[in-house]
Design a binder for this molecule. Sequence first.
Ligand SMILES: [Zn+2]
Length: 445
Amino acid sequence: MYTCGPTVYDYAHIGNFRAFLFEDLLKRWLINRGYKVMHVMNLTDIDDKTIKGSQNQQVPLRQFTDFYAKAFFEDIKALNIQPADVYPRATDLVAEMVALIKTLITNGYAYRGEDGSIYYAISKFPDYGKLAKIKTNELKAGARVNQDEYAKEEAQDFALWKAWTPEDGEVFWETELGKGRPGWHIECSAMSMKYLGETFDIHCGGVDNMFPHHENEIAQSEAATGKKFVNYWLHNEHLLVEGKKMAKRLDNFYTLRDLLAKGYDPVAIRYLLMSTNYRQQFNFTLESLESAKGAVERLRNFVRRLHDVEGGKESNDKISVLTSKLEACFGGSLDNDLDIGTALAALFDFVREVNNLLDDNKVSKSEATQVGGLMMSIDEVLGVIGKVEAEEPLPLDIDALVQKREHARKSKNWKEADEIRAQLKTLGIILEDTTQGVRWHKEKT
Ligand SMILES: [Zn+2]
């Protein structure tokens, strides 16, 4: 599995993380279903944007990109994204890119333009446009584009190797192709095939990478090897923020760090960005981030409650019927094109029904353990519950407060009961009144 990684010229934004979280979910699900996954994610550390950024800050390219690479790894850790097996950096694999371009020249797919750069001749590759479904027959022969990013309507011969120009400053390699640097698209062909072979199974990325980036990867790789490049392409749809395309000028542009600085929980951010099916556009709002936090808390409280079950009665098979139903529905939904929306709906139905049984004291200790095990295996896929400890005993003074409030409540002294509840909240203890009496947990900080 190859996933296009970040361009390390800035902090990654939540649109980037929607892609990385969809890919994390896909990978976790494949592993859950017994597949062995070799995951490669590149870091784009040489392209038009990184060069410009390093020049603006007047630091060497590597120093500039190291800073954002480090930030990226901190961010994915905060979001509980499982690391890839390999993170190749484009600047470490220039020799592989040069070799690939040489093969394309030998095979007749690449040529040198008057500007000294080497271009890919899309007219030589009859399948060009098959991924993004574009027709190229109206193109003017030999029309060329030198930037890394351009629109479908501008499909034309693109740069594989960019001859050095004064704007590149210190950034160049002296190679058999001349003094210059690789184009963005050849980087991903070289990096993916180095680690995964000429044909591999899964390639993912955001839908905005479909053209020209992935289209060009196919053209380069298949023209060089004569083999199918990728068996399955998966692209996640766009992220909107408060109903609009995210843009710095609209004040709706968020990096992960922006949200953490506002006090949002990274696990809630993970849950929210992952909870919409990848083929659907997703509208991110701060309000939905609040409800995501509530959803994660519901799951954690449920698991905590299962830990606490002592001597309930057997459920007369109700638990085993519910768990089988959940396993079939959760698994069946994710097997169906990673339909996380339906899978999560089934999970919350299950939590509600088991909570009802718990309210009636109709879950035995061994059934609770069984349900707890199922929740843990589901969380290996979702990655949002984490380790929920059985609560350690309360310090005596806090326990005395809980008892005092129970007493007040039983004497229907609601005012005092509410005051004690508020007092406990300031100490980070959250109370829940259930039919079996009061339960408590520590507030997540
Ligand atoms: Zn890529």
